[in-house]
Design a protein around this ligand. Structure first.
Ligand code: SF4
Length: 269
């Protein structure tokens, strides 16, 4: 199984279309280790450490030290916080890092991610990940504000010269966490499909994968910092129990969870 574990909901950005949970307190470290144990006991294979911004968690490297023997680990980050010190600790134990990149021009990047976003820092950190031989996934949410920038991003990824980079294109996810303002970023499904197809045919050398909002709203399991398990129910995430109180298998039995779809999320690793 593939699980997204939001180790913190704190974030330096406030993207309007953010669907992640917000304003939940960080969990005590010993309880985080208990959550990791519970995931391991429940046949979870891949854990994506997300947030909020996971690099804001002061014990990220300690969490990875504890977890890497049990799971294949991924990190999803907005790319603004990184240091050589933490990189040298996490690279040998982390399979993949996903960095959000929705534009390679400052103006469009800030429309997508807000004024606090600094594209130059993110681009420098992408180079740093590659310099440390970290397998990289670039995550791009396609919206009405960046759809004209997609070729620029493709050219940028090509220019990095690493054929192992995965470029994942997301349709904007609309669920109960997305603000009304965030919903205006979306484009129709048909347009999303056409844009992805065009990019695939124009850039055959890039490893392009895509995820529409149905995927997010059907196959993902999200664990919030305190161990609550949120699963999709009718296109919205609902908390059905806590990992420290009930086995994940019991929690998932309450819904008609699509295990095959969830397993497919791991195909690119
Ligand atoms: S960077 Fe990610 S977690 Fe932070 S506000 Fe934006 S979408 Fe949400």
């Amino acid at each position: 199984m593939y699980v997204c574990w939001e180790i913190t909901t704190r974030c330096n950005l406030s993207c309007e279309f953010c669907y992640n949970f917000k304003n939940l307190p960080d969990e005590r470290f010993d309880r985080m280790l208990s959550i990791a144990d519970a995931l391991a006991l429940n046949n979870v294979d891949v854990v994506n450490l997300t947030g909020g911004e996971p690099f804001l968690h002061p014990r990220l490297a300690d969490i990875i030290d504890y977890c890497y023997k049990h799971f294949t680990l991924m990190i999803s980050t907005n790319g603004m916080f990184l240091s050589k010190k933490i990189l040298s600790r996490i690279v040998p134990k982390t399979e993949l890092v996903g960095v959000s990149l929705d534009a390679v021009t400052e103006r469009e990047a800030r429309i997508m991610r807000g004024r606090a976003y600094d594209l130059s820092i993110v681009l420098a950190n992408i180079s740093l990940f590659l310099a440390y031989k970290m397998k990289l996934k670039i995550n791009t949410i396609i919206t009405k504000y960046n759809k004209k920038c997609l070729y620029d991003i493709a050219n940028f990824i090509e220019s990095l010269g690493d054929p192992n980079i995965i470029w994942k294109l997301y349709e904007l996810t609309i669920n109960n966490n997305v603000t009304v303002a965030g919903r205006r970023f979306g484009i129709p499904r048909e347009e999303f499909v056409i844009l992805v197809d065009e990019l695939r045919s124009r850039y055959p050398s890039l490893r392009i994968i895509s995820s529409d909002s149905d995927t997010m709203n059907s196959f993902y399991i999200i664990v919030t910092p305190n161990g609550d398990v949120h699963v999709p129910v009718k296109n919205n995430f609902k908390s059905l129990g806590n990992l420290l109180e009930r086995p994940l298998a019991d929690i998932l039995r309450e819904v008609d969870f699509d295990f095959d779809g969830n397993r497919n999320l791991m195909n690119y690793i």
